[in-house]
Design a protein around this ligand. Structure first.
Ligand code: NG6
Ligand code: CA
Length: 504
């Protein structure tokens, strides 16, 4: 009886409640891979419809100036989980056999939530390294997520285009036959499997040189692997296996607070949506993968509703970096794009120092607390750690989340206050100060190699760039020479962040 009264009270006063008055919510981070600002119908797309995410948008807060912390995956995810800028660890895109970037001594978002009674899980793309330098794919894979605060993990170890193409559940490869051990190398060919450069006639997609190594499921990958045949994934099935694991995790934890980091592989390459979604758009596999991702998001929502826990679940929906069309495979993303603008009105995309590198769809949804609306506040995923800490009543320790600030009220749509100064990491650094955007020049050839990749507009040039986004959303007119004082001021702010031990 008591329980019924309580939930009735919640229902009657929903909207006027503040977060402090509710029970600890479940927290679900839905993190899409390479989804751009303009890739959802609730952010203006017309060539692809995303009705399930649109529902989140209608009932939640839609951010127009929401950012991941970096323009590529590993640095972004590192910052999301640690509240620390990636430059502190020199974090860059990792190969599939890299050691753990987040070491067990580092405070993490799931570890902090565990201290406050949460059961925690990560399901999907990891790409933060595994093991301590000599990972044993045939034995116990450790350290991994379980050593840094997750109670359960079900992983694509790196990316879909990198070996090993197997799933790892907690400490072990799923479905591995010990008689057929896995060997992985990023240096030399191992085993006798066909490769993209030798056996291209059997490929489902043409691939660039980097992606022309071991063929798994008809697709050549970055890196070589042999063995593990029974454990090799089928790309089309992986998202559905992830969904199933998420359902089980929610079932098992429905009666107490949980944190689930659901890390999509869609819409990263290789794009191989399940046949149900083939032709869902006219844009080919990239568009169809967006529809698949939307459908799975809807299934996650339905499951929360079925378990009667949707009302008190905070969902944070976003992406790890901006969009890219050609990312190594000839999957017709460029040819079939039509009028679709993956980065919306913004310039650049994945890898880029321009806005579309980090400005990504960002939606928060929590029926018991959040009133629907739109927010133009400047927010960044780096601040989720500090904001979620505030939500569960956790005081950050000195060594914890060095760059993460508390913007909980903003994330919940209760304040319009955003960051005044914000770092964006890419192959260089950008800094936002209000509507001004400064891009730090780079003389380094190593950094500028990215400019040589077809279709990538990295934003890396040898002279400073300054844009006024209030007048020039598309970063077309560099006003650095007319505004030397402002450039100096922004450079000083940037140096202050880069040189300090923490920025909060
Ligand atoms: C790049 C790959 C790209 C993609 C990216 C990681 C080449 C030429 N390109 O190095 O295909 O895998 O790494 O993407 O190898 S991310 O979203 O995980 O950062
Ligand atoms: Ca990514």
């Amino acid at each position: 009886m008591k329980k019924i009264n309580l939930s009735l009270l919640t229902l009657l006063t929903a909207g006027s409640l503040t977060f402090a008055q509710t029970e600890k919510p479940n927290i679900v981070v839905i993190y899409v891979d390479d989804l751009g600002y303009g890739d959802l119908s609730c952010y203006g797309a017309t060539q692809v419809q995303t009705p399930n995410i649109d529902k989140l948008a209608e009932g939640g807060v839609v951010f127009t100036d929401g950012h991941c912390s970096a323009a590529t995956c590993t640095p972004s995810r590192f910052s999301l989980l640690t509240g620390s800028f990636a430059f502190r660890k020199n974090a860059a895109i990792l190969p599939g056999d890299a050691p753990m970037l987040i070491t067990p001594d580092m405070p993490t978002l799931p570890g902090m939530l565990k201290q406050h009674g949460y059961t925690t899980s990560v399901i999907g793309k990891w790409h933060l390294g595994l093991g301590d330098g000599n990972v044993d794919w045939n034995g116990k894979i450790t350290p991994g997520p379980l050593e840094i605060g997750f109670d359960y993990s079900y992983l694509i170890p790196a990316t879909g285009d990198r070996v090993p193409c197997v799933l790892v559940e907690n400490h072990h490869v799923v479905g591995l036959d010990p008689e057929d051990p896995i060997e992985v190398s990023y240096k030399k060919k191992v085993g006798t499997d066909p490769t993209g450069y030798e056996d291209y006639d059997i490929l489902r997609y043409g691939a660039d040189h980097e992606h022309a190594k071991t063929i798994v499921n008809g697709v050549s990958r970055i890196g070589y692997m042999s063995g593990g045949n029974a454990a090799r994934w089928r790309d089309e099935t992986v998202p559905h296996q992830m969904l199933q694991k998420a359902r089980v995790f929610m079932d098992e934890n429905k009666d107490h607070p949980f944190f689930m980091y659901f890390a999509f592989h869609d819409i990263h390459v290789p794009r191989l949506p399940d046949h149900r979604f083939e032709g869902a758009t006219k844009m080919g596999p990239r568009g169809d993968a967006i529809v698949q991702m939307d459908w799975i998001t809807g299934q996650l929502m339905k499951h929360l509703e079925k378990l009667n826990i949707a009302e008190n679940t905070l969902i944070i929906f976003s992406s790890d970096n901006g969009p890219v069309l050609d990312d190594g495979y000839a999957d017709h993303a460029v040819e079939r794009i039509g009028k679709h603008k993956p980065g919306g009105p913004y310039r650049g995309g994945k890898y880029s120092a321009y806005e579309a590198g980090t400005r990504v769809p960002t939606i928060t949804y929590w029926p018991a607390v959040i009133k629907p609306g739109k927010s133009d506040a400047l927010v960044n995923h780096i601040d989720l750690y500090g904001s979620i800490a505030a939500l569960v009543g956790h005081d950050l320790k000195d060594n914890e989340a060095p760059d993460s600030q508390d913007y909980l009220k903003t994330f919940l749509g209760q304040s319009s206050e955003g960051r005044e100064i914000m770092l964006e990491e890419s192959f260089t650094y950008s800094l936002r100060m209000g509507n001004y955007k400064y891009i730090h020049p780079s003389q380094s050839k190593a950094k500028r190699w990215i400019n040589s990749i077809k279709g990538i507009e990295s934003g890396i040039v040898e002279f400073p760039e300054l844009y006024d986004l209030s007048k020039d959303k598309g970063e077309k007119r560099n006003i650095a020479t007319e505004n030397k004082k402002l450039v100096k001021q922004m450079q000083a702010e940037l140096n202050h962040i880069l040189e300090g031990e923490k920025s909060r």
